[in-house]
Ligand binder design. Structure first.
Ligand code: 5GP
Length: 190
């Protein structure tokens, strides 16, 4: 199988990585396909099963862990499991495309370690933890409790930034989008 490149975007929740990933997916020169993760949480807002995530039950998720179907998985928040199915990468490679991931920092680094040459691991850095909090509140898709859980995790995640290949500062979205496009373009054409 023709193995494409793997582009990982990781960051604390609310950093804007999903916005960046969605922008990159629209750029035809990059030949990217989104890696749809399996998740044990319920869909939020406009999310669609089989597009944003494969929403599965906790029980089903654990079955996939046992069967070693995952390339990586994490209990990102308590009882909220997320993971990349091996079959998902194979699906995308079979299309002759490069894979782009929107996953948490631990999962992102795991993919980088598994495929060091093929992977570009990008960390998206928010301006500050206060700004993260503001963005998550503005999004208002989660309860106060869930927001606090995400903020607590953000500080730990920010400390892993130096382990990534590159750090993109998302202080000004237009600048971050341009920088991300150029970086990925250079990597996929290498
Ligand atoms: P959310 O619930 O906001 O969609 O995602 C929560 C966190 O889980 C985000 O940081 C997201 O990037 C991460 N995530 C999504 N899919 C995966 C995955 O397949 N593996 C890992 N390790 N994290 C994921």
């Amino acid at each position: 199988m023709n193995k494409g490149k793997l582009i990982v975007f990781s960051a604390p929740s609310g950093s804007g990585k999903t916005t960046i990933v969605k922008h990159l997916l629209k750029q035809e020169d990059l030949n990217l396909e989104f890696s749809i993760s399996a998740a044990s949480r319920d869909p939020r807002g406009e999310e669609v099963n089989g597009k944003d995530y494969y929403f599965i039950s906790l029980e089903e998720f654990k079955k996939h862990i046992k069967a070693e179907d995952f390339l990586e998985w994490e209990e990102v928040y308590r009882d909220n499991f997320y993971g990349t199915l091996k079959s998902e990468i194979e699906r995308i490679w079979a299309l002759g495309k490069n894979v782009i991931f929107d996953i948490d920092v631990a999962g992102g680094l795991r993919i980088k370690h598994k495929f060091p040459e093929q992977t570009l691991a990008v960390f998206v850095k928010p301006p500050s933890v206060d700004e993260l909090k503001r963005r998550l509140k503005e999004r208002s898709t989660e309860s106060e409790d869930k927001i606090n859980m995400r903020i607590a995790k953000a500080s730990v995640e920010l400390a892993t930034a130096p382990q990534f290949d590159v750090i993109i500062k998302n202080y000004d979205l237009a600048v971050a989008l341009e920088e991300a496009h150029q970086l990925v373009k250079d990597f996929v054409n290498k």
